[in-house]
Design a protein around this ligand. Structure first.
Ligand code: EPZ
Length: 426
């Protein structure tokens, strides 16, 4: 399955931001913390959500997903089997966020080692260490995470790194632990705040969400909830960069501009005109952009999930740009594909040096992972001539109706599904 794209058309018009993938997957896991009905609104209709729902169903959850209305209803009133055999779990990093809730609810769980994008080794030591501090036996054995706890006792936990997943997992587990948990050096991402907000509506006692220190006072039980997922700052940011790359004029609707701050500052630095008005962000670019540098950091620093998209922008900017990727060890996988399109990019360890060229040229490229694939689409939208972006199943994991959204604002893009063909490069 691939995209056929004819580049060179400035994107103009409005794009609606979807619900946040990296919040929704954790909110789905959190539904295990109650036996009452959980209703999630503004859930994106993407593969990672479908996969997460399949995992919940394999545990015994009753789940309905109305993809048209972006609504998920989950009931965990019945018995939950806390051991996942489903190999699909190993394809999804978010499956890891089932461990905390299952430990808290059932006192035990085991899941296949969680996978996710090939952007680094994706260790889970901070999760296991945190569960251990709360009194669980948690280890990795024969490729499976195995965790057991007669009861969870609140404690002070220091995270060596502000891991998003570990912060979410430990916040969920300690919500039903005995006593108080202090989580130091916690992640401050908006998705963590969204999860904390839902848990508090369920009756959890959580303070400090969005700061480096979380205080969670365990409670006996949590009630059902209806919760609206926050907008996806990464999906929305991807379309803002697409507008800049094609020198168009795009308005992103239903966003939270504050969550996009690191990106908007960088786009302005490069010479784009940015206009923020309520939940709308408008990007306008007329001439060639200037080179700029980015260094990815935990929130509120520049997000690693928008690094590949900005690298594409740099391939066309005036001058030489530097990218420093500090969060993951392997997030330049799209470099070889960009070179096929004429980009001047050199990578060395955690860094990439990009010298802007006058234009990219259409080519046949293959998506290496979710954000790399979305970024290659952006490159193809700006390139002269026709491109094919293959292995777009990676993109379907995190972007709802990408080709429809792009077509509506002037892109020439088609999804080509050749039955039974070997799609990737031979
Ligand atoms: C979440 O992954 C997101 N995924 C990622 O988005 C995002 O890039 C990442 O946070 C950082 O913002 C989901 O939310 C499903 P981390 P996560 O734990 O939780 C190291 C996308 O494209 N680390 O904050 O796995 C780790 O190796 C995806 O939507 C440990 O060392 O990220 C990495 O270097 C890609 N030990 C750093 O921390 C651990 O136990 C950040 O990882 C855990 C993490």
């Amino acid at each position: 399955m691939h995209y056929w794209i004819e580049g060179g058309f400035p994107l103009r018009g409005n794009v609606k931001c979807q619900g946040a993938k990296n919040s929704a997957v954790q909110l789905l896991a959190a539904s295990l913390l109650t036996r009452e009905l959980v209703i999630l609104e503004n859930v994106p209709a993407i593969e990672d959500i479908v996969s997460m729902i399949d995992l919940l169903r394999s545990l015994g959850s009753q789940v309905e997903f109305d993809q048209k209305r972006h609504r998920v209803c989950i009931e965990n009133a019945g018995p939950i089997h806390p051991h996942i055999q489903n190999p699909q779990a190993s394809a999804l990093r978010a499956s890891l966020s089932l461990v905390g809730p299952l430990l808290a609810r059932e006192g035990e769980t085991s899941i296949p080692f969680p996978g996710g994008c090939n952007i680094g080794s994706r260790p889970i030591d901070l999760h296991l260490k945190g569960f251990g501090v709360l009194g669980a036996d948690a280890l990795l054995e024969h490729g499976r995470i195995i965790a057991k706890a007669r009861s969870l006792q609140g404690k002070r936990i220091y995270l060596d790194y502000p891991s998003v997943g570990a912060t979410a997992n430990l916040m969920m587990a300690s919500s039903l632990a005995r006593g108080e948990t202090i989580l130091e050096n916690a992640a401050e991402e908006p998705e963590i705040v969204d999860l904390a907000n839902m848990l508090k509506k369920m009756g959890a006692k959580i303070r400090g969400a969005g700061t480096k220190m979380l205080q969670i006072r365990g409670v006996q039980w949590l009630k059902g909830v209806r919760h609206h997922v926050i907008p996806d700052r990464i999906e929305g940011g991807t379309y803002l960069v697409a507008a800049a790359i094609t020198r168009g004029k795009l308005s992103l609707q239903d966003s939270i501009p504050q969550h996009l701050e690191p990106l908007l500052v960088k786009l302005q630095e490069a010479g784009a005109t940015i206009d923020v008005n309520g939940n709308k962000v408008k990007v306008f670019v007329s001439g060639r952009l200037r080179a700029f540098d980015i260094k990815t950091m935990p929130y509120p620093g520049f997000p690693t999930d928008l690094q590949n998209q900005m690298t594409i922008l740099m391939t066309l900017a005036e001058g030489t740009s530097l990218v420093t990727e500090t969060v993951f060890e392997n997030r330049f996988l799209l470099t070889s594909e960009l070179r096929k399109m004429g980009a001047d990019i050199r990578t060395e360890g955690h860094g990439a040096l990009i010298t802007g060229v006058d234009h990219l040229t259409g080519a046949r490229v293959t998506a290496p992972n979710l954000r790399g694939g979305a970024s290659l689409v952006l490159a193809a939208l700006s390139a002269q001539g026709v491109s094919e972006v293959h292995d777009i199943q990676h993109i379907d994991r995190g972007y709802e109706k990408m080709e429809e959204k792009l077509e509506q604002v002037g892109a020439k893009i088609q999804r080509i599904e050749l039955k039974g063909s070997k799609d990737a490069n031979p």
